[in-house]
Write a protein that binds this ligand. Sequence first.
Ligand SMILES: [Zn+2]
Length: 296
Amino acid sequence: MQRERVSDGVYWFQSDVYAQVTAGVIAGPQWAVVIDTLPVPEETLKMRAFIEEQLKVPVQYVINTHYHADHAWGNCFFPGATIISHQICRDLQIQLGPSSLDSAQKQDPLFRQIKLVYPHMTFNSGNMSLKVGKKNLVLFSTPGHSQDGISILIEEDRVLFAADAFLPVPYFVNGDIDQLIQTLKSFNDLGLENIVQGHGDIVLRGEIENMIQENVDYLECVKKKVRAALKENYPKYAIQNITIESCGKERVTLGGLGNTLHTNNVSWLLNKYAEDEGIELLDIPLEYMDDEIVDV
Ligand SMILES: [Zn+2]
């Protein structure tokens, strides 16, 4: 696990184990707020030990930025804390959590320690604010990656914990690409010093404007190319030409995961557009396939 001090009393953590997932801590004089948990129990427990032993405060609140397991399944390691999220996040955890935890536990004994703890306090519309010592945290909706997504702005420091609304390769499977574009553009108006991405490294002030634009351009490019592929005879074949590089991103991002995110984005969006327009997607004819695909 990596750890860095972002500003006074504000720390950032990054998983070494899975997909460079990040989490945050804002510590006040009496207690601390945790933003998201880490993907494996050991790392979440290390983060808690740092807060309790080095910062010498207990964790009073844990904020879940969205319902995804890699950010929210560590709730159970903060037994005294109040868990905060968007109302939809709580609903989705209740609806999807038990079956996905069940299958994760069957695949990997690592997850046997996990118990689902659902958010205790939620908000539905508007913002929510939380005062930690002298700092004001503003929690607000940033949908697109997922419907329930929220980000946290530390007002005094102009540090935004954007969670998965900001990733090195934007990801919108089971979310909404147009909402994500709106969310990203809205970050331009916040006068930010840092953006803490949900995965990957911290974005510094000088890079923010360009990275927002690059992410918006990526999403617009994917939209345009998937729309064009839908007009072809065999859209499922046509989307194979939509490479991550052709949309302005590099495939090595997030230790190679970036390319997987990209191909999932493209095929999910193709299916969505086809469904919206009532177009039936034909399977790729054998003569169109290259050897690699036929062999499988
Ligand atoms: Zn996520």
